[in-house]
Design a protein around this ligand. Structure first.
Ligand code: FEO
Length: 167
């Protein structure tokens, strides 16, 4: 049986992953309207991943005898300044999620819930991968500076798969 405190913190995480999915959807949509087709594809894929993260937690909570709570939809920003600011916002969000996952790890230990502690490690690894993927993109954007983003946008999906196979 899932300890109540763990169930509650996991339900908070369901909400955070759900919001991450919404945020990435907003970023996908904004970049699409600005003509950045590749970057938009990157964010649509990210939206799908975050939705999967949310589902993974919902299923785990229910499987362990808890009750998952489906959160309401929170409105993400509708406008961004530029491509770099979108990725900076994405990094900031991932860092917040990493802190939140780390907090779950510590609550699992406090509650001696070693099953969830073991299960949550997948998210610990995933956060490392996601922060590193966004950092690589920010590094590229810093290299480009105020230059033309045509090639960046064309190549961003290959950056994504390179990052995924490296781990
Ligand atoms: Fe599922 Fe990127 O947090």
């Amino acid at each position: 049986m899932l300890p109540k405190k763990v169930e509650s913190i996991l339900n908070e995480q369901v909400e955070k992953e759900g919001y991450a999915a919404q945020l990435y959807l907003a970023m996908a949509s904004w970049t699409e309207t600005k003509g950045y087709e590749g970057t938009s594809g990157w964010f649509y894929a990210q939206h799908k991943e975050e939705t999967e993260h949310m589902l993974k937690i919902i299923k785990y909570v229910n499987e362990r005898g808890g009750k998952a709570v489906v959160p309401s939809v929170k409105q993400p920003p509708t406008d961004f300044e530029n491509i770099k600011q979108v990725f900076e916002a994405s990094m900031e969000h991932e860092q917040m999620v990493t802190a939140s996952i780390n907090n779950i790890v510590s609550i699992c230990l406090e509650e001696k819930d070693f099953t969830t502690h073991n299960w949550i490690q997948w998210f610990v690894d995933e956060q490392l991968e996601e922060e590193s993927a966004v950092q690589k993109i920010l590094d590229k954007l810093n290299l480009i500076g105020t230059g033309n983003l045509y090639m960046f946008d064309r190549d961003i999906m290959s950056l994504r798969s390179a990052g995924a196979t490296e781990e």
